[in-house]
Design a protein around this ligand. Structure first.
Ligand SMILES: Cc1cc2nc3c(=O)[nH]c(=O)nc-3n(C[C@H](O)[C@H](O)[C@H](O)COP(=O)(O)O)c2cc1C
Length: 173
């Protein structure tokens, strides 16, 4: 016998990313995001679906840029903090202790503790239900040299369906 489910539950486990946005010298923010995927190799494009009511959507709409930072498993607690709290209410860099560092090309900061960073300029935006789907061209991509050379082993942050987010918070996030 089969029973009805929340479809999202069966799209997981998924990789977790931390998207930084805003301006390092003004307002910057971090959002935990898993609705993130490569959508073209040439040009290099990444699509991220960000809740229309999320503070990050507001910042990305205004700056037209975002950075996809790749966290490891050790950062899981901070990832969930960023996923359960909004930049509308808290400064997530301050609260998590994650370090904002200048990006190569963009005004948004990279998150120093992550192993890789994709700096993206928004080239297209679609409204997809309760999300804004931002398609960003990767203008810079760089990573921890030891990880790239295979000298340092890491475990990527992966997790199950964060039901807490989708069951207890606004469906529009
Ligand atoms: C593991 C995890 C993955 C998430 N993935 C996404 C996502 O891909 N897109 C999204 O809009 N929200 C996602 N969320 C929820 C946002 O991180 C959450 O709504 C956050 O509070 C928004 O922050 P902001 O208002 O500061 O932008 C995820 C949460 C968690 C815990």
């Amino acid at each position: 016998m089969k029973t009805d489910v929340e479809y999202l539950q069966f799209m997981w486990p998924m990789r977790h990313f931390l998207i930084s946005c805003g301006d390092i010298d003004d307002k910057s923010n971090i959002i935990a995001a898993s609705f993130c995927m490569p959508v073209s190799k040439e040009p290099p494009l990444i699509a991220c679906a960000i809740g229309k009511k999320a503070y990050s959507s507001e910042l990305i709409e205004s700056t037209k840029e975002f950075i996809v930072n790749v966290p490891t498993k050790e950062l899981q607690a901070k990832i969930y903090y960023c996923g359960y709290h909004s930049g509308h209410e808290v400064d997530k860099f301050k609260e998590t202790g994650l370090t904002p560092k200048p990006a190569r090309k963009l005004r948004a900061p990279i998150i120093e503790e992550c192993v890789a960073h994709m700096e993206c300029k928004v080239v297209q935006k679609f409204e997809t239900g309760d999300k804004n789907l931002f398609v960003g061209e990767v203008i810079e991509a760089y990573a921890d040299e030891k990880v790239v050379k295979g000298e340092k082993k890491i475990e990527y942050a992966v997790g199950d369906f964060p039901s807490k987010v989708y069951d207890t918070r606004s469906k529009n996030l």
